[in-house]
Design a protein around this ligand. Structure first.
Ligand code: ADP
Ligand code: MG
Length: 374
């Protein structure tokens, strides 16, 4: 039996030798840190074998091993070491191959998660890549949709802005050349010019707002307000129009529903909804604006008596420059109102939607509600 103290010394020297080997190996791994995992695994394998061999050398120097035994042990360790190295190399090659599968999947352009079973870390990387590619594709789709709507807008501008301008020019020329002279027609021309200019101003203003929304440049200066105040303001702003059309306007909003919004912007969105509702409701019809809470969010409903929007048009009414057939009359809107309303509502992390209901349609705006006690 070997004395316990000797055993301690053996352990000490063996650990010391192993530490030296490990130090060299770590240095080597640092130098090779940019190389393939396969190469680095070979270093690890070699270091393991060398550490073992150095331990054996230690005990033979301490005369605990005779020449014969040392030769036997070295032979065994060398054989085992060679096998271990071979396993390292195999593992390294598998990792390299798995990695190449990933690289090729990425190179294919559209990332498809590889069918083969990957090591956990690479599998995670593959999942993340898949998610990233899906986000990329989604962003690309959005970008294309935006580009399409931008093109539509340019086409719109060149057509819808030119037509009224041509009319204005014709009227101005007729006045200038005194083609029209009787006071009544002159007066009519003047007031039509004023109305058209006002409409054009509104259109340019809407275009500007829409371009700010599209560019993501809408700066909201939010403050805490009650939903009732917002709705009351939108209703007040539309009262004259309603009276002129003989449409009844009814507002019913629960008091004390706090929202954090840019009052000017959101007021504009609500006004667009209310004005649309009045425009599409026949005389003697009713437009109702209701504010309440739905699924923990504030909800504003604008219900009219328009007779319903054609099912095919429902998903498109919020598109830029979309106008229903009946609205494509000269002097009608520009088809920007609802696109603006949606842009503003979404900038407030809200949602807007429409459905046919009762004698007409209902536009609903959902907004995050502030905590009632805050
Ligand atoms: N309250 C409503 N009732 C019926 N149809 C509506 C209503 N609001 C909007 N629409 C339809 O949606 C289209 C787009 O509306 P909008 O973006 O406000 O443009 P505009 O009012 O300039 O036509 C309208 O042309 C109309 O066909
Ligand atoms: Mg409108």
């Amino acid at each position: 039996m070997i004395p316990f103290e000797d055993l301690l010394w053996v352990g000490f020297y063996a650990a010391l030798a192993a530490l030296i080997v490990a130090g060299v190996a770590l240095g080597l791994l640092y130098v090779l840190r940019g190389r393939s995992v396969a190469t680095q695994l070979v270093v690890v394998g070699a270091a393991t074998v060398l550490a073992t061999i150095s331990g054996i050398l230690v005990i033979s120097f301490m005369m605990l091993l005779n020449d014969h035994d040392r030769a036997v042990v070295l032979a065994v360790v060398t054989a085992a070491g060679l096998v271990a190295m071979a396993v390292s190399v195999l593992l390294g090659r598998r990792l390299v191959a798995a990695n190449r599968v990933l690289v090729e999947a990425v190179r294919a352009g559209r990332f498809e998660p590889p069918e083969v079973r990957l090591p956990a870390e690479l599998a995670e990387l593959s999942r993340e890549l898949d998610a990233a590619y899906q986000r990329l594709a989604e962003a690309h789709r959005r970008e294309q949709a935006l580009e399409a709507s931008r093109r539509e807008l340019v086409a719109w501008v060149s057509h819808d802005l030119r037509t009224p301008l041509a009319g204005l020019r014709a009227m101005a020329e007729a006045l200038e050349d005194e083609v029209v002279a009787d006071p009544e027609t002159v007066h009519r021309y003047h007031s039509r010019i004023r109305v058209e200019v006002e409409r054009l101003t509104e259109m340019v203003d809407d275009l500007f707002e829409l371009s700010r929304i599209h560019a993501g440049a809408l700066r909201l200066s939010r403050r805490r307000v009650g939903l009732a105040d917002l709705v009351a303001e939108a209703v007040a702003g539309a009262e004259a129009l309603a009276r002129a059309k003989g449409v009844r306007l009814r507002g019913d909003v629960r008091e004390g529903l706090p929202v954090q919004v840019d009052t000017a912007e959101l007021g504009r969105a609500l006004r667009n909804l209310v004005v649309n509702a009045i425009r599409h409701t026949p005389a003697d019809g009713t437009v109702e604006i209701i504010g309440d809470v739905r699924d923990g969010r504030a909800r504003v409903t604008v219900a009219d008596a328009c007779g319903g929007i054609p099912e095919d048009d429902l998903p498109r009414v919020f598109d830029v420059a979309f106008r229903g057939e009946t609205a494509r009359t000269p002097g009608g809107g520009a088809g920007l109102g609802l696109a603006i309303a949606r842009g503003i509502v979404e900038a407030h992390a809200g949602e807007i939607g429409v459905a046919n209901a009762g004698p007409g349609c209902r536009f609903e705006v959902h907004l995050p509600l502030l905590a009632l006690t805050a």
